[in-house]
Design a protein around this ligand. Structure first.
Ligand code: SF4
Ligand code: SF4
Length: 172
């Protein structure tokens, strides 16, 4: 049989005073460090060109959509979040979506739709906030998705710059 001899505790140790003092030292040290919490929504999350928020449909200057309802983004979407019904039109692009819906309950903001689009018609915006009281309200149609291309310009320029860099890299 092994007899373990325990150290005799002092009165301070029995009252946990060293642990309390150590805890207070850490708390006081943290109080004077810069805060890492953000007072959201008063302090919104800063967006940059890299921000991949909800996808939006780009409009031309005359307010028409760039989308030709080819369905490439619908096929590329891994979350099956996009639904498109196209129809023929008189404009030179010949087709445009009659119905273009993104179900934001499904969308995972992956950006595959942006990459798949051959017409530069869908871009990841810097819009990150999403809330509604119904599931239906989070299925966005054309009216809620369209934005002037100028509102998406920061992202458009970024993606083009990255793609150009990749092309230069692959051709060397
Ligand atoms: S960002 Fe991804 S998940 Fe969302 S609609 Fe585009 S492809 Fe689908
Ligand atoms: S890939 Fe582009 S052009 Fe084709 S349906 Fe999607 S947004 Fe429209």
């Amino acid at each position: 049989m092994v007899i373990v001899k325990r150290k005799e505790l002092t009165l301070a140790e029995r009252l946990y005073i060293p642990e309390v003092l150590r805890g207070l030292r850490i708390t006081l040290g943290k109080m004077f460090q810069p805060k890492s919490t953000r007072q959201y929504p008063e302090e919104p999350i800063p967006s940059t060109e890299v921000t991949r928020g909800q996808p939006r449909l780009a409009e031309n200057e005359d307010g028409t959509l760039r989308c030709v309802s080819c369905g490439m983004c619908e096929i590329a979407c891994p979350a099956y979040a996009i639904t498109i019904d196209g129809h023929e039109i008189d404009r030179p692009i010949e087709r445009e979506p009659e119905r273009f819906e993104i179900d934001f309950l499904r969308c995972i903001l992956c950006g595959f739709c942006e990459e798949a689009c051959p017409k530069e018609a869908i871009w990841m915006s810097d819009e990150l906030e999403l809330a509604d009281t119904t599931r239906k309200g989070l299925i966005y149609g054309i009216e809620k998705l369209k934005r002037p291309a100028s509102a998406l310009q920061k992202r458009i320029d970024y993606v083009k710059r990255i793609n150009d860099r990749w092309r230069t890299f692959s051709s060397t």
